[in-house]
Design a protein around this ligand. Structure first.
Ligand code: 5GP
Ligand code: MN
Length: 507
């Protein structure tokens, strides 16, 4: 291994850093903190050219001056970000409290123990989750221990090595190995995503793109498509919900809808390419914290996009950042008019996935649906947005065994966010609060007020979708309503029996 040269800019100045092969995480940290003239408790973020946050560690990839990274001090006053200091302050308060309770009662009370272990496990999480390294608590060793404990093998692998292994597997697997049965199943909403590992999902995505004849129609070389798909995979984070598997599901649902509605005969192939590529890219580099968090915490993304759909703007910018590399650019052989059409379409489709715009887009579709005309450009553009939205939130249209684990993933991501919000003193939405939400309560409202109105409207245009997406969603509503009723009843019975017991104790 040789010395790595890292080119980066800081405060507008061009700098280089030399990383020796055996340098430690602390050495690397020292170099960047010194270059930014930062204090040890300052928080630094390093960005790649396409705005992706990089981990400041010995694994940092060497680059050229043309692809300089950008180093920023994101908080010069630790109080403005608050996290590490808040944790320290909380730990200190807990220690004092524990000391007092111990002094009074001889041993800490349950609530104090619970709180202590919650703070401890939250701290561990911040120390081990790589994409939260910008908070300044991440420990390289901690991450390795976590990854090693997840594997049976004794030698831990870096994320980059894991990605390369997926790439090798993907390229070694031929799409010819995908049976006719799987290809047919891939066209339906009943497809079970949980059966496939990452490399296999990449092969299935390649099948989707080749099956729609995109390679011949748009002169896309197979190796360029494969590089593009692999980069898309690499730019999804390892988080509970908004990960590469979610990207696969949304793309596969879009593909299923295209088949079920025979959209090939109604819109151009270029629009089909827009829809599938948008589905693939629609959540790229999602950090696991939603727009409300970005805005309330005044994150870098919120600042960059002036609080206007910061995440969706970022997903789209990352997509075009990937395609800015010629070896990944599936659009490179298109005319400039075709490129403009596809870029405009993708921006519209990806920005439409911001749920803050749900009512605006649904109302627009409702107003044109009775007179819908496929040759009307405006009508078609609204339909493309609606199909993106349907695919994006279609988990409950899948068989219960496929849909239910997704709800666990979503709630895990929600709880992570609300835990962080509580620690930072930010507002917490009740639908994300582990103390207020349950699986049934989360789904009944979402299905009644979001899914059914949206799915009913698209079914009016495509009646064949009733059995494929509307019926399963109605069944899911029945299932979760029954569960909700049963748990309320149990709660009431519990209350009345404890009231009875209290009454008996008084007698
Ligand atoms: P996305 O973030 O995936 O682009 O947009 C979809 C958003 O809709 C999710 O972040 C989540 O807030 C919400 N959502 C999607 N599926 C479900 C679901 O099954 N249940 C609930 N309660 N919310 C969902
Ligand atoms: Mn999504």
């Amino acid at each position: 291994m040789t010395t790595k040269i890292i080119h980066f800019t800081v405060n507008g100045a061009q700098e280089t850093a030399e990383l020796e092969p055996d340098c430690s995480a602390a050495d690397v940290k020292d170099v960047f903190w010194a270059a930014a003239e930062a204090e040890p408790d300052h928080i630094l973020k390093l960005y790649s050219v396409d705005g992706v946050v990089l981990n400041i560690s010995p694994l940092l990839e060497a680059n050229s001056r043309d692809s300089s990274y950008r180093l920023e001090v994101v908080a010069s006053d630790p109080k403005s970000v608050g996290m590490p200091n808040e944790l320290e302050a909380m730990e200190h308060r807990l220690q004092q409290l524990e000391g007092r309770v111990l002094g009074e009662a001889g041993q800490p009370r349950g609530a104090v123990c619970d709180l202590t272990s919650q703070v401890e496990s939250f701290k561990k999480k911040l120390e081990s989750v790589k994409h939260l390294s910008w908070m300044g608590l991440f420990k390289e060793d901690g991450d390795h221990q976590l990854e090693a404990s997840r594997k049976t093998s004794s030698s831990p692998m870096s994320a980059q090595q894991e990605h390369q292994q997926v790439r090798r597997k993907f390229l070694n697997m031929s799409s010819l190995q995908v049976t006719e049965e799987v290809r047919e199943h891939l066209k339906t909403p009943t497809f079970d995503n949980w059966q496939w590992e990452e490399a296999e999902m990449l092969v299935l995505l390649q099948v989707i793109f080749t099956d729609l004849d995109f390679l011949t129609a748009f002169h896309i070389r197979l190796d360029v498509l494969q590089n593009f798909l692999f980069q898309v995979f690499c730019h999804y984070n390892n988080i509970p919900f908004h990960n590469f598997r979610h990207c696969f599901c949304v793309t596969q649902m879009m593909y299923g809808l295209i088949w079920l509605t025979d959209l090939k005969s109604k819109v151009s192939r270029m629009d089909l390419l827009v829809m599938l590529t948008s589905a693939l890219c629609h959540d790229l580099d999602h950090p696991g914290y939603n727009n409300v968090f970005q805005i309330n915490a005044q994150t870098d993304l919120a600042l960059r996009y002036n609080d206007i759909s910061p995440l969706e703007n970022h997903h789209c910018a990352v997509a075009f950042g990937i395609m800015a590399q010629p070896e990944c650019n599936i659009l490179k052989n298109l005319s400039s008019d075709q490129y403009k059409h596809i870029r405009g379409g993708m921006i519209r489709c990806i920005l439409a996935t911001d749920m803050a715009r749900h009512n605006e887009i649904l109302h627009k579709f409702k107003s044109i649906q009775p007179v819908f005309n496929f040759t009307n450009r405006e009508h078609k553009e609204v339909l493309m947005k609606i199909m993106m939205k349907v695919s994006d939130i279609s988990n409950e249209a899948r068989p219960m065994a496929v849909a239910e684990p997704w709800l666990d993933c979503l709630l895990q991501e929600f709880f992570n966010q609300s835990d962080t919000e509580k620690l930072k003193g930010l507002p917490v939405a009740s639908f994300m609060d582990r103390d207020k939400v349950s699986k049934p309560s989360s789904q009944t409202g979402f299905i009644r007020f979001v899914l059914l109105p949206l799915f009913t409207e698209i079914t009016k245009l495509f009646p064949c979708l009733e059995e494929h997406i509307l019926e399963p969603v109605r069944r899911a509503l029945d299932f979760y309503s029954d569960l909700e009723r049963a748990s309320k009843q149990e709660e009431e019975e519990g209350r009345s029996s404890s009231a009875g017991a209290a009454g008996a104790a008084l007698l």
